[in-house]
Design a binder for this molecule. Structure first.
Ligand SMILES: NC(=O)c1ccc[n+]([C@@H]2O[C@H](COP(=O)([O-])OP(=O)(O)OC[C@H]3O[C@@H](n4cnc5c(N)ncnc54)[C@H](O)[C@@H]3O)[C@@H](O)[C@H]2O)c1
Length: 286
């Protein structure tokens, strides 16, 4: 039976742990913050309770899945005996490298160490350990209890066995893996999403249509659940802007240059749902 360690119990880590536990995997969930661990577990309980209330999960299965996630603030405790470790901590290179170095010492020598980072290819982290061949990216999508895809990314030093192990784990936890054979900025989904949303901004900047009509066109014509502007408001326009800026600076590709209208929104502090106003205006009910 797989023993999984998840490091970081924030928006992603807590749900990644719970998704694995729903499939009978024993998980140790570690965070430096005991409060964050408690919040993550409470949020998982509430999410699973909704499934029980809707008749989609039995109360017994919920309790079993919750019991399969053991919280700890001790990284050594979490990593000991793990077959796979998934790192899902803050998106800061130096902090991640420190955690990778520690995991390299603490996890069993055969264990795979994966990062859930959205922007850091594993080559930026793997050499902090003495087992770069056993490291890869496993990129889950928010919210991990709902979103089925996992992008498994092979770095220049990652072994075939490592990506096979990561893909097998994704399947074992009820997720669909895709394999990127080469490390590339933003992976597959975010690259395609960036380009589609950049085109939407170009149409807006050129005065071709209103943002509402562009959203309607994409929602009704492409069957996307949310158009690019509604989605931007949900993710945070600062997040969208910074992602564009990062891609523009790293590739120098004009196609990634952030829209002036997006930049103006960010400068005005209109960041989307979290500030009550972005492209749309939100009340308490959203
Ligand atoms: N939020 C998303 O939509 C999303 C989607 C895919 C991937 N990701 C990636 O997942 C990772 C986590 O993102 P998030 O949104 O869950 O962040 P978050 O801020 O919600 O959670 C990060 C957690 O890491 C903990 N932490 C910080 N330093 C730590 C350390 N040294 N050891 C253990 N825990 C530590 C924090 O206490 C916090 O609970 C990032 O790499 C991000 O790029 C995020």
């Amino acid at each position: 039976m797989t023993l999984l360690a998840v490091v970081g119990a924030g928006s992603m880590g807590a749900q990644i742990a719970q998704q694995a536990a729903l499939h009978g995997i024993h998980v140790r969930l570690q965070d430096v913050s005991g409060d964050q661990l408690e919040r993550g577990l409470a949020s998982n309980r509430a999410l699973l309770q909704r499934r029980v209330d809707r008749g989609r999960l039995s109360a017994d299965a919920m309790e079993a899945a919750l019991a399969h996630v053991r919280p700890t603030t001790d990284l050594a405790d979490a990593a000991a005996d793990a077959d796979v470790v998934i790192e899902a901590i803050v998106e800061q290179l130096e902090v991640k490298r420190e955690v990778f170095a520690e995991l390299g010492r603490l996890a069993p020598s055969g264990a795979v160490i994966a990062s859930n980072s959205s922007t850091m290819g594993i080559s930026k982290l793997a050499d902090a350990t003495a087992r770069p061949d056993r490291c890869c990216n496993m990129h889950f999508f928010y919210p991990p209890l709902v979103m089925e895809l996992v992008e498994v990314v092979r770095g220049p030093q990652t072994s075939e066995g490592t990506v096979e192990r990561a893909q097998a784990l994704a399947r074992e936890m009820g997720r669909t893996p895709v394999l990127l054979r080469k490390e590339i900025d933003a992976f597959i989904v975010n690259r395609i999403l960036h380009m589609a949303s950049q085109e939407a901004y170009r149409l807006l900047d050129a005065g071709v249509a209103s943002f509402e009509d562009i959203d309607t066109a994409v929602e009704k014509g492409l069957n996307w659940p949310l158009g690019p502007f509604r989605l931007g408001d949900l993710s945070g326009l600062d997040v969208t802007y910074n992602a564009r800026l990062h891609m523009y600076r790293t590739t120098g590709d004009e196609r990634y240059r952030p829209s002036p209208q997006l930049e103006a929104k960010v400068r005005a502090g209109q960041l989307g749902r979290k500030t009550g106003r972005g492209w749309y205006v939100y009340d308490k009910e959203g």
